[in-house]
Design a protein around this ligand. Structure first.
Ligand SMILES: Cc1cc2nc3c(=O)[nH]c(=O)nc-3n(C[C@H](O)[C@H](O)[C@H](O)COP(=O)(O)O)c2cc1C
Length: 148
């Protein structure tokens, strides 16, 4: 979900990993409210520049891993989320893993049927305010002080 990104129309997008491209799906009315509603009222995320909604297609894991598919997928979701944290850190952006989301509402927005494909993880991403950066620097001062 794109809200504030230079050069991109706000709205719902679909990431195409094989081509590393974005497919525009549709505009979304009242984005801050939709973001908050899909994240079950976590309104701190309203001003995110982008919110990632990761979806899962069970068949793609189950044909190969059978009853262990759930284990593989949990590990995979962790990898994907951690990589987003790394990308954000590299770009000087902020993110937070959000597992408290409304699956039905998120699925509805992205046209997912809730069975063959459904939302499993969400991540608001945004710039970090100067005040937050200052507070973070102060919080981690002990790392420098102790030469860690
Ligand atoms: C799987 C998972 C789900 C999370 N869901 C939420 C969430 O719904 N809302 C939220 O504010 N933070 C959520 N977090 C972030 C955690 O509350 C916490 O801020 C983060 O793991 C960093 O922890 P730390 O501050 O102790 O290092 C989630 C984290 C993980 C790993």
């Amino acid at each position: 979900m794109v809200q504030h990104v230079e050069g991109l129309q706000p709205g719902a997008y679909h990431y195409l990993p094989l081509n590393h491209e974005l497919e525009f799906l549709h505009p979304v009315e009242d984005l801050p409210a939709v973001i908050s509603d899909t994240l079950v009222g976590q309104s701190w995320a309203n001003k995110a520049s982008v919110v990632f909604y990761y979806s899962f297609v069970p068949y793609r894991a189950e044909w190969r891993y059978g009853i262990w598919a759930h284990r593989v997928v949990l590990i995979d979701a962790g990898h994907v989320g951690q990589n987003l944290y790394l990308a954000c850190a590299a770009l000087g952006l902020g993110t937070c893993a959000v597992a408290a989301f409304d699956m039905e509402l998120s699925d509805q927005i992205f046209g997912l049927d809730g069975e063959e494909e459904y939302t499993i993880y969400t991540f608001p991403v945004g710039t970090i305010s100067a005040t937050d950066k200052k507070e973070e620097k102060a919080f981690y001062q002990f790392v420098e002080d102790e030469g860690l």
